[in-house]
Design a protein around this ligand. Structure first.
Ligand code: SF4
Length: 143
Protein backbone atom coordinates (compact mmCIF):
# COMPACT_ATOMS: atom_id res chain seq x y z
CA UNK A 1 0.00 0.00 0.00
CA UNK A 2 1.06 3.58 -0.61
CA UNK A 3 0.17 6.65 1.43
CA UNK A 4 -0.94 9.53 -0.76
CA UNK A 5 0.26 12.87 0.62
CA UNK A 6 0.05 16.37 -0.69
CA UNK A 7 3.56 17.81 -0.51
CA UNK A 8 3.11 20.26 2.34
CA UNK A 9 1.73 17.50 4.54
CA UNK A 10 5.09 15.80 4.25
CA UNK A 11 6.52 18.82 6.07
CA UNK A 12 3.68 18.95 8.59
CA UNK A 13 4.36 15.31 9.46
CA UNK A 14 7.81 16.27 10.72
CA UNK A 15 6.45 18.30 13.64
CA UNK A 16 3.14 16.55 14.19
CA UNK A 17 2.54 16.12 17.92
CA UNK A 18 -1.11 15.16 17.86
CA UNK A 19 -2.67 18.55 17.22
CA UNK A 20 -4.54 19.61 14.08
CA UNK A 21 -7.52 21.41 12.66
CA UNK A 22 -10.25 19.11 13.93
CA UNK A 23 -10.53 15.82 15.83
CA UNK A 24 -11.29 14.07 12.52
CA UNK A 25 -8.20 15.62 10.94
CA UNK A 26 -6.09 14.41 13.86
CA UNK A 27 -7.60 10.94 13.60
CA UNK A 28 -6.65 10.76 9.92
CA UNK A 29 -3.16 11.96 10.72
CA UNK A 30 -2.76 9.20 13.29
CA UNK A 31 -3.74 6.58 10.72
CA UNK A 32 -1.27 7.94 8.18
CA UNK A 33 1.53 8.14 10.76
CA UNK A 34 0.95 4.50 11.67
CA UNK A 35 1.02 3.48 8.01
CA UNK A 36 4.32 5.29 7.43
CA UNK A 37 5.80 3.79 10.59
CA UNK A 38 4.79 0.38 9.23
CA UNK A 39 6.89 1.02 6.13
CA UNK A 40 4.37 2.08 3.52
CA UNK A 41 5.64 4.21 0.68
CA UNK A 42 4.68 7.83 0.05
CA UNK A 43 3.26 9.11 -3.23
CA UNK A 44 3.18 12.90 -3.46
CA UNK A 45 -0.04 13.97 -5.12
CA UNK A 46 -1.79 17.18 -6.03
CA UNK A 47 -4.99 17.97 -4.20
CA UNK A 48 -6.72 16.25 -1.29
CA UNK A 49 -4.76 13.32 0.11
CA UNK A 50 -5.22 10.48 2.59
CA UNK A 51 -5.40 13.03 5.43
CA UNK A 52 -7.75 15.64 4.06
CA UNK A 53 -9.77 13.87 1.33
CA UNK A 54 -12.00 12.11 3.89
CA UNK A 55 -12.83 15.55 5.36
CA UNK A 56 -14.10 17.34 2.29
CA UNK A 57 -17.64 17.34 3.63
CA UNK A 58 -16.60 19.35 6.74
CA UNK A 59 -17.41 23.03 6.95
CA UNK A 60 -14.66 25.03 5.21
CA UNK A 61 -12.18 22.17 4.72
CA UNK A 62 -8.67 23.55 4.99
CA UNK A 63 -7.54 21.93 1.75
CA UNK A 64 -9.81 24.31 -0.14
CA UNK A 65 -7.89 27.27 1.27
CA UNK A 66 -6.52 29.37 -1.62
CA UNK A 67 -2.97 29.16 -0.30
CA UNK A 68 -2.79 25.39 -0.15
CA UNK A 69 -1.80 24.66 -3.78
CA UNK A 70 1.04 27.17 -3.51
CA UNK A 71 2.07 25.65 -0.20
CA UNK A 72 2.23 22.27 -1.93
CA UNK A 73 4.23 23.66 -4.84
CA UNK A 74 6.82 25.23 -2.54
CA UNK A 75 7.05 22.15 -0.33
CA UNK A 76 7.61 19.87 -3.33
CA UNK A 77 10.35 22.15 -4.69
CA UNK A 78 12.08 22.36 -1.31
CA UNK A 79 11.99 18.61 -0.69
CA UNK A 80 13.16 17.85 -4.23
CA UNK A 81 16.05 20.26 -3.77
CA UNK A 82 17.00 18.65 -0.48
CA UNK A 83 16.75 15.02 -1.60
CA UNK A 84 18.48 15.67 -4.88
CA UNK A 85 18.10 14.21 -8.36
CA UNK A 86 18.51 10.63 -7.15
CA UNK A 87 15.02 10.84 -5.67
CA UNK A 88 12.29 11.12 -8.27
CA UNK A 89 9.34 12.61 -6.40
CA UNK A 90 7.06 11.63 -9.28
CA UNK A 91 7.51 8.06 -8.06
CA UNK A 92 6.53 6.59 -4.69
CA UNK A 93 9.37 6.60 -2.19
CA UNK A 94 9.96 5.21 1.27
CA UNK A 95 10.75 7.44 4.22
CA UNK A 96 13.70 5.84 5.99
CA UNK A 97 15.39 7.01 9.20
CA UNK A 98 18.15 8.85 7.35
CA UNK A 99 15.73 10.73 5.11
CA UNK A 100 13.49 11.61 8.04
CA UNK A 101 16.47 12.95 10.02
CA UNK A 102 17.63 14.93 6.98
CA UNK A 103 14.20 16.45 6.49
CA UNK A 104 13.98 17.42 10.15
CA UNK A 105 17.45 18.92 10.10
CA UNK A 106 16.59 20.99 7.02
CA UNK A 107 13.28 21.99 8.59
CA UNK A 108 15.10 23.25 11.67
CA UNK A 109 17.42 25.45 9.63
CA UNK A 110 14.53 26.80 7.56
CA UNK A 111 15.91 25.28 4.36
CA UNK A 112 12.63 23.58 3.47
CA UNK A 113 10.18 25.97 5.12
CA UNK A 114 9.21 28.32 2.33
CA UNK A 115 5.85 26.55 2.22
CA UNK A 116 5.23 27.50 5.86
CA UNK A 117 4.98 31.25 5.23
CA UNK A 118 1.73 32.56 6.64
CA UNK A 119 0.69 29.24 8.18
CA UNK A 120 -1.26 29.61 11.39
CA UNK A 121 0.64 26.69 12.91
CA UNK A 122 4.08 28.13 12.29
CA UNK A 123 4.83 29.08 15.88
CA UNK A 124 3.92 25.61 17.08
CA UNK A 125 6.11 24.01 14.41
CA UNK A 126 8.95 26.39 15.31
CA UNK A 127 8.76 25.35 18.94
CA UNK A 128 8.59 21.64 18.11
CA UNK A 129 11.67 21.97 15.90
CA UNK A 130 13.49 23.95 18.60
CA UNK A 131 12.70 21.22 21.11
CA UNK A 132 14.51 18.70 18.93
CA UNK A 133 11.20 17.23 17.75
CA UNK A 134 10.28 16.18 21.25
CA UNK A 135 6.87 14.53 21.37
CA UNK A 136 6.53 14.09 17.63
CA UNK A 137 4.56 11.11 16.50
CA UNK A 138 6.34 10.12 13.30
CA UNK A 139 9.12 7.63 13.90
CA UNK A 140 10.63 5.19 11.43
CA UNK A 141 12.20 1.94 12.55
CA UNK A 142 15.59 0.90 11.22
CA UNK A 143 15.43 -1.51 8.28
S1 SF4 B 1 4.11 25.68 9.66
FE1 SF4 B 1 2.22 24.93 8.75
S2 SF4 B 1 2.78 24.18 6.69
FE2 SF4 B 1 4.68 24.37 7.88
S3 SF4 B 1 4.98 22.35 8.75
FE3 SF4 B 1 3.87 23.54 10.27
S4 SF4 B 1 1.72 23.08 9.91
FE4 SF4 B 1 2.83 22.45 8.08
Amino acid sequence: MTVELRAHHLLCMLTYIGRGYTPAFVANYEVVIARLAAGEQIALIDGPDDICAPLLNEDAPHCHNDRVPERDRLARLAVADLLGPATDLAQPFRLDQTTLAGLRSAFSTGQIRSACAGCEWSELCDSVAKSGYSGTKLTIQAC
